[in-house]
Design a protein around this ligand. Structure first.
Ligand code: SAH
Ligand code: SF4
Ligand code: F3S
Length: 470
């Protein structure tokens, strides 16, 4: 039915992501789903016929951005109307899911509100908004959106680069007391192995070399395998590692409780699985971990780290910390600092606790004053930065395999990623984009490394990887 709305005329689409990697992935899939309707992506919102704001609800600041962005889009919509064009504005993502009706009430300029499980219905919602003025859908549908979303075209995949995300698991049943995700993304579901493999093969066919499997709780993956049995993430990784063309695998974000034997075996056995793991801990204090309902202790976490290190000695860890969760004392905070020292993270995000409506944490007594949160955040950040800088400095003189992604800062330079996700700037021919080569690191900044290409490593590594990957 949406076909009647002029699918042959080309229309312009601007999608803006505000959230996590899954939010970015969803933005791509929305664009892919609208492409058969004649929508072509533009980076210029003022030219668009449809603007989608893909929002994030994780912290108050992120959620506030939505309304200021809607304000800016209102001006563009008015300008378009003066030119006789109807510009449509859609709000998608986790804020839409959590407070869609409020958005419609507060922002009359918004035409469509679409929740995180309903993107496959966008063409229908667009037709409905054209007909009725506005459209709204934040139901958690019975059908699985992954069975209905369109795949990206080869051209769209190429334009997005040599490294791609693939959602394998979505939603969360863990209910950490600070977190909105179980409410905005719903109950945990895993995509079937066959469905994921088809997507990975298509990506590889279009030139993608690195795939990051994503999920809010990616290592709780339990999708149905070709044998009808639930497969673990470790088994899925081993299977995908055989895809010709895919030379690097990563996965994020993991929960410490779901680090199982098959995942540890994957780190031991799979050359394509990069030796870098983001394993959020949130706090180093057992008292706070319990109040957060994280379901593990500091010792459990350290045990998981130890097992992974035994399986893969060069593995590096990054993490997330929340500062100033209700009841956090100076001693609790120091336990987080000492955990950073004990694990020696190569990087970590730290966030001031942000009380989220509807979560248990927001109702807890003993909320921490803003000034205390800020002061602790700064202290933790300094320790994290010190470890990151030391790690980067230690990389000087080492040889890394780099996947070249795009032109670098200076003419003649390419930028690629090390196994540890550090951007590495190297003089290299443009034809090396999408290839793996060895680079000798000769300088370290705080956010990137600089290196020299090892001559002849490109072809050798390529054929080697193709041989082992086939
Ligand atoms: N599923 C992942 C993380 C999802 S959210 C996990 O289980 O770890 C990403 C990060 O945002 C979290 O790791 C946490 O550090 C941070 N975060 C989530 N809710 C928050 C809140 N209310 N205030 C501050 N930071 C928060
Ligand atoms: Fe949020 Fe916890 Fe689920 Fe992660 S595990 S998404 S932090 S509820
Ligand atoms: Fe934000 Fe939703 Fe991702 S709240 S972090 S966009 S799951």
């Amino acid at each position: 039915m949406a076909r009647m709305t002029g699918m042959n005329e080309s229309r312009k689409l601007h999608v803006k992501s505000f959230g996590c990697q899954m939010n970015v992935y969803d933005s791509h899939r929305m664009a892919d789903t609208l492409a058969p309707q004649g929508f072509i992506e533009t980076t210029r919102p003022e030219d668009a016929d449809l603007i989608i704001l893909n929002t994030c609800h994780i912290r108050e600041k992120a959620a506030e951005k939505v309304y200021s962005e809607i304000g800016r889009m209102r001006l563009l919509k008015q300008a378009a109307a003066r030119d006789g064009r109807r510009m449509m504005i859609a709000v998608a993502g986790c804020v839409a899911q959590a407070e869609g009706e409020e958005i419609l009430r507060r922002a009359p300029v918004v035409d469509i509100v679409v929740g995180s499980q309903n993107y496959h219905r966008l063409p229908e919602l667009l037709a409905r908004a054209k007909r009725d003025g506005r459209a709204f859908d934040t139901e958690f549908p019975i059908e699985n959106k992954f069975d209905h979303l369109s795949s990206p075209s080869r051209e769209a995949t190429r334009a997005r680069g040599v490294s791609a995300f693939v959602t394998v698991q979505e939603g969360c049943d863990k209910f950490c007391t600070f977190c909105v995700v179980p409410y905005t993304r719903g109950a945990e579901i895993s995509r079937a192995v066959g469905n994921i493999v088809t997507e990975v093969e298509r990506l590889a066919d279009a030139g993608v070399r690195e795939v990051t499997l994503i999920g809010q709780n990616v290592n709780a993956y339990h999708g149905e395998g070709p044998d009808g049995q639930p497969w673990t993430l470790g088994r899925l990784l081993a299977h995908i590692a055989r895809t010709p063309g895919i030379v690097r695998l990563r996965y994020t974000t993991s929960h410490p409780c779901d680090v199982d034997d098959s995942l540890i075996a994957a780190h031991r056995d799979l050359e394509a699985l990069m030796p870098q793991l983001h394993l959020p801990v949130q706090s180093g204090s057992d008292r706070i971990l319990a109040a957060m309902n994280r379901r593990h202790t500091r010792a459990d976490y350290l045990r998981a780290i130890e097992r992974l290190r035994t399986a893969r000695s060069d593995i590096a860890f990054t993490s997330d910390f929340i500062i100033g969760f209700p009841g956090e004392t100076e001693d609790d905070f120091r336990a987080s600092v000492s955990l950073v020292d004990e694990v020696g993270y190569t990087g970590a995000f730290s966030f001031k606790y942000s009380p989220r409506p509807g979560t248990p944490g927001a109702e807890m007594a003993d909320q921490i004053p803003e000034a205390v949160k800020s002061e602790r955040l700064q202290r933790l950040q300094e320790v994290i930065d010190r470890h990151r800088d030391a790690f980067n400095r230690n990389c000087v003189g080492r040889r890394f395999t780099i996947l070249f992604e795009k032109p670098g800062r200076l003419p003649g330079q390419l930028v690629g990623r090390s196994p540890y996700l550090q951007p590495v700037q190297t003089m290299a021919p443009v034809a090396s984009i999408g290839q793996i080569a060895e680079v000798l690191v000769n300088e370290a900044g705080s956010n990137s490394l600089f290196g020299a290409l090892i001559p002849a490593s490109i072809d050798r590594k390529e054929s080697l990887l193709t041989a082992t990957g086939a």
